[in-house]
Design a protein around this ligand. Structure first.
Ligand SMILES: Cc1cc2nc3c(=O)[nH]c(=O)nc-3n(C[C@H](O)[C@H](O)[C@H](O)COP(=O)(O)OP(=O)(O)OC[C@H]3O[C@@H](n4cnc5c(N)ncnc54)[C@H](O)[C@@H]3O)c2cc1C
Length: 392
């Protein structure tokens, strides 16, 4: 029997495996990280690379390693570009951050802790000592489980887009595993749908790559914010009061209100506006009233507000991730069987150590009602690690 099974090997699961083994005294042969991908952080690398982002949104102290300045020292030793960090907040370049992740994983042997597979069920062990996690490769018994599921498996597909995809129209989401930006055709007319940072980044990336014609369609006027929530949410300024809210619906409302959904950082917004005044990129704002894939192999639609036509040869969705509890059907079954407490929004009600049930812990979006709006970010992983390691 394992001591710990971490389900999900993204930024959160990998950081937690490092903290538990290097700091909390968990023996390496007693912990495993279950993840469907061959490589650690596979979804992080694919999603961030596909947007074409140059720099992270978060600062240099948010990373996989234990010491807050580990990434800074790594950059002083290893960065060859001369531009490892961007203003404001000293944000690391995507390439530097990726190299540092690989360095931390290799130095601390974190790859050896991984098991390739997918959890499909969670039950209490007979006798009540620990859990049985059903996986694609059989059952695993463990004293403790940490759910680090993330949202990367649930790209948001609007209904009209799902319908068109079912009709085999050429439409993709930038966060679906089969998407590769460098393989996206540059000839013809691409409609990019989305109003946030990833839509802006991929529009810029395809523009720079020489795309013939791009339209960026967003539902709302640009929301310009540097971060996806006020920086006060990363610490006691807002977290202390938030954690005192006794009513879970009020916590949910506070999280939703704090989040700058679909926001674009100021510098990226300015660049996009500059390019958007040139010939190959058009920015349109409005709700789609209709979109069809015509027999001649072109998309034809129109905007609700004024009926303006929207046409394209292919569509690329940059509509972020669906706002639903990660884990889907198997976690819903576990919630039912184990009687796990959930707020009316469906998210876990956990204690201060992020424990949902004796020996069952959560991090990432599943910890949102305790950590707040930054729960899914890298800083959320670091905060979760502090709490869970203390409990371990
Ligand atoms: C393009 C982009 C840029 C971002 N930039 C920043 C940034 O600059 N700073 C910041 O703080 N945050 C950023 N974020 C937000 C956040 O930090 C990332 O989304 C991060 O990858 C979240 O890590 P995670 O481990 O929670 O989730 P994920 O990366 O989703 O990893 C979860 C893993 O769990 C696996 N999994 C799911 N279900 C199961 C199952 N049943 N069994 C086994 N494994 C399972 C998944 O396949 C996946 O590998 C960004 C997000 C995106 C998409």
């Amino acid at each position: 029997m394992l001591d710990w099974l971490i389900v999900g090997g993204g930024i959160h699961g990998t950081h937690l495996s490092h903290v538990l083994t290097a700091q909390a005294g968990v023996q390496r042969h007693r912990i495993r990280v279950l993840d469907p991908w061959q490589e650690p952080l596979a979804r992080w690398h694919a999603c961030t690379q596909n947007t074409g982002m140059g720099y992270l949104r978060s600062s240099l102290v948010h990373h996989l390693a234990l010491h807050p300045f580990d990434l800074k020292h790594f950059a002083e030793r290893e960065d060859g570009t001369g531009h490892p960090f961007a203003h404001p907040y000293k944000r690391p370049s995507r390439a530097l951050f990726a190299d540092h992740c690989r360095h931390v994983i290799a130095t601390h042997g974190l790859r050896d802790l991984r098991l390739q597979g997918r959890a499909s069920g969670l039950q209490a062990c007979a006798g009540g000592d620990g859990y049985v996690v059903e996986t694609s490769d059989g059952a695993l018994r463990t004293r403790r489980v940490l759910l680090a599921l993330g949202t990367s498996e649930q790209p948001c597909w609007p209904d009209w887009a799902t319908r068109l995809r079912n009709e085999t129209a050429p439409i993709q989401h930038i966060f679906e595993p089969s998407f590769e930006r460098t393989a996206w055709p540059l000839e013809g007319h691409t409609l990019i749908v989305g109003g946030g940072i990833s839509a802006a980044q991929i529009a810029m990336a395809l523009y720079r790559a020489g795309a013939d014609q791009l339209t960026l369609l967003r539902r709302h006027a640009a929301r310009v914010h540097q971060l996806d929530s006020d920086p006060g949410w990363m610490g006691p300024k807002y977290q202390t009061a938030f954690q005192k809210i006794a009513d879970w619906d009020a916590r949910r409302a506070a999280v939703d209100k704090a989040r700058h959904r679909g926001a674009v950082p100021p510098r990226l917004h300015r660049r996009l506006m500059r390019i958007g005044q040139r010939d190959r990129l058009t920015i349109q704002t409005g709700e789609l009233a209709r979109m069809e894939y015509a027999a001649n192999g072109h998309f034809v639609g129109c905007l609700a507000r004024n009926g303006d036509p929207i046409t394209a040869d292919r569509i690329l969705l940059a509509t972020g991730f669906a706002r639903v509890r990660p884990g889907g059907a198997w976690l819903a079954r576990a919630i039912h069987t184990l009687g796990l407490a959930c707020a009316s929004c469906g998210y876990p009600i956990v204690d201060a150590s992020l424990q949902w049930h004796p020996g069952l812990f959560v991090t990432g979006p599943l910890a949102e009602l305790e950590i707040g709006p930054v729960a899914g970010n890298i800083v959320g992983a670091r905060q979760a690690a502090g709490r869970i390691a203390a409990a371990a």
